[in-house]
Design a protein around this ligand. Structure first.
Ligand code: GTP
Ligand code: MG
Length: 357
């Protein structure tokens, strides 16, 4: 399942919402055609209250229902939302809209009742004013929540979206080791460019299909490549999100050191990554192998050239080793896939070998 934030409509601010409701209420009252004054005012006032409160309450409930439910979304998306805007606020603000909608309905029905039961035209106006005042105050109370949702939507719609039902390979390593270049080399089509909630760095998400599996590739700029102590809580949260992606982590080691980080620094980072993503399968590969002297064993001849210590090596620039690396990745990915139980559509069962259902 994929969350389509771009499909979630923008959220009105409190005053815009009141405007919308009261304009509809006014229009409904203008349509009243009644010669008896008492009947006319009664109809006008009750329509104003009913129509404006319906418009506002329905709008609020619509926001609640178009926003993806946290409980039903994959762990990765939940963690990303936690890192980007906070899941507590997300829940709290949506719940406040639900509360406001029901309060508005109560205010409307109380006042419509009073308007219907009185023969005093002045009192009808008073009831309508009272209803509008209370509706305004309820909407005022959720005004901050509406503004929060509005702002959050802008943040959430640029978050990386990962299909939780497709395998995902996370490409990591120190800055400048060739992560994005590898994603480009492996992907069919242009990688999608997204951003993490806290960094201006761009995050690439690529795809390819192999062995009938669509595999996603994500890189981690500024996420795993900084020393632990310099990371903030939000970054740690996003790292936790990566844990949920699960299939495989490729750690790129640029042993040419042309990216700026020494091999020692890179190996320290490798140890940290292992600690941070304990349950995830990790494959260490040598990037920019075209810069190595001597070139790895079998360079130009075999599918998977390897360095002396056995690490697969590749060059994203001339393509050497890239296809072999893809196959290696697929072996691991398919291993992980086999470990996950087959999910069947609702109502379908697998017959077990004993014949029981
Ligand atoms: N010679 C050589 N250069 C490479 C190779 N792959 C990447 N580069 C160069 O290394 C530099 C960094 O590559 P990127 O792919 O941007 O590295 P990155 O890890 O995504 O960098 P950040 O996102 O900034 O962490 C660029 O100048 C690339 O041209 C390679 O296989 N061989
Ligand atoms: Mg990059």
């Amino acid at each position: 399942m994929r969350i389509r934030w771009k499909g979630v409509p923008t959220v009105l601010f409190g005053d815009e919402l009141l405007d919308k409701g009261f304009t509809r209420g006014r229009a409904a009252s203008d349509r009243v055609n009644e010669s008896n004054r008492t009947f006319r005012v009664r109809k006008q006032m009750s329509r104003m209250v009913q129509t404006s409160s319906d418009t506002i309450a329905e709008y609020l409930l619509e926001v609640v229902s178009t926003w993806p439910s946290l409980d039903r979304m994959p762990d990765f998306d939940q963690s990303m939302i936690e890192a980007a805007v906070g899941t507590d606020m997300y829940r709290k603000n949506l719940a406040s809209l639900q509360w406001a909608a029901s309060q508005i309905r109560v205010v409307a029905s109380q006042n419509v009742k009073k308007i219907t039961r009185t023969a005093n035209v002045e009192f009808m106006h008073t009831c309508r004013r009272e209803a509008y005042g209370r509706i305004s105050s309820i909407v005022g109370q959720v005004g901050k929540g509406l503004a929060w949702l509005n702002e959050s939507r802008e943040i959430l719609k640029v978050l990386p979206t990962i299909h939780s039902d497709e395998p995902c390979v996370v490409i990591t390593g120190s800055p400048n080791v060739g992560k994005s270049a590898l994603i480009r080399a492996l992907s069919s089509g242009e990688p999608e460019v997204n951003s993490y909630p806290f960094t201006t760095k761009q995050l690439h998400v690529g795809h390819f299909t192999s062995h009938r599996l669509k595999v996603q590739l994500v890189d981690t700029p500024g996420l795993l490549d900084r020393p632990m102590i310099k990371r903030n809580a939000i970054e740690m949260q996003a790292i936790a999100a990566l844990e949920h992606l699960g299939s495989l982590v490729l750690f790129l080691l640029d042993s040419s050191e042309s990216g700026g980080a020494s091999v020692e620094e890179q190996l320290n980072l490798l140890e940290e990554v292992k600690e941070l993503l304990p349950g995830t399968e990790l494959l260490v590969c040598i990037s920019k192998a075209d810069l190595l002297d001597p070139l790895p064993e079998g360079w130009g001849d075999v599918d998977v050239p390897r360095t002396k210590d056995g690490h697969p090596a590749f060059s994203a620039i001339d393509g050497q080793g890239v296809e072999g690396l893809r196959e290696l990745m697929m072996e691991k990915v398919m291993e992980v896939q086999r470990g996950t139980p087959l999910t069947l559509p609702e109502g379908w069962y697998v017959r077990d070998p004993d014949g029981a259902v």
